[in-house]
Design a protein around this ligand. Structure first.
Ligand code: ADP
Ligand code: AMP
Length: 213
């Protein structure tokens, strides 16, 4: 099963993608996590990506596509994957469709986690991220068992540099102009499913399972 998570930054794509990946035994592929791992490791890709990410801008398509296309050929992708944060532009969606078509494959579902902008800032300011395993928490809505420590791998949780309110505003602006058009794109492709992302994490996941099962 091949799934794309759509939605604004902070809508809960990563939170739901992790649950989907666990339940269906497919990898969770987050371009944001891959960029952050590269930034942490100080790779040339990470250095280039950081300048865009810190400003709330998208990393250029060319760089993003180079990074992600390689990932699909890994053995763990044989039974599908859940994509979180990719594609984020029409050219990325078209490049993905083209590469899948060449292999006779296609995306099964594009799930839009719908959350209005006014809820997003609150979610981002309370978000705490694990840069080691990609775990995502919220100080109020989804706290870890031990304050500041990742439940899954025990690493320290951090407030992401790009979750500052001024950067979040820019990211929302970029989302509406470059990423939101993908909702229509996947709607036209007949694979769009929308879930109400303002509900509790468990309820959002139940709605997603009802679509996928
Ligand atoms: P995205 O991957 O779309 O950027 P995340 O999954 O990282 O979003 O979620 C953003 C923040 O909101 C995190 O702190 C997360 O714990 C919290 N969150 C996710 N889903 C919900 C929900 N349904 N209700 C409340 N908070 C949520
Ligand atoms: P995320 O973890 O999905 O919130 O992504 C964090 C940041 O990484 C985004 O604000 C972008 O700057 C960058 N990024 C992640 N995925 C992509 C993508 N598919 N295309 C361009 N930039 C991306």
């Amino acid at each position: 099963m091949k799934i794309i998570m759509l939605g604004a930054p902070g809508a809960g794509k990563g939170t739901q993608a992790k649950l989907i990946a666990e339940r269906y035994g497919i990898p969770h592929i987050s371009t944001g996590d891959i960029f952050r791992a590269n930034i942490k490791a100080g790779t040339p890709l990470g250095v280039k990506a950081k300048s865009f990410i810190d400003q709330g801008l998208l990393v250029p398509d060319e760089l993003t596509l180079e990074l992600i296309m390689d990932r699909f050929s890994a053995a763990d992708c044989a039974d599908g994957y859940v994509l979180d944060g990719f594609p984020r532009t029409l050219p990325q969606a078209e490049a993905l469709a083209k590469s899948l078509l060449e292999k006779g494959e296609a995306i099964d579902f594009a799930i839009d986690v719908d959350v209005p902008d006014e809820r997003i800032v609150n979610r981002m300011s309370g978000r705490r991220a694990c840069l080691k395993c990609g775990g995502t928490y919220h100080v109020k809505y989804n706290p870890p068992a031990v304050d500041g420590v990742c439940d899954a791998c025990g690493a320290e949780l951090v407030l992401r540099d790009d979750d500052k309110p001024e950067t979040v505003a820019k990211r929302l602006e970029v989302y509406h102009s470059l990423t939101q058009p993908l909702i229509e794109y996947y709607g036209n492709a007949g694979i769009l499913k929308t879930v109400d992302g303002t509900q509790d994490v468990d309820k959002v996941f139940a709605d997603i399972m009802a679509i996928l099962d």
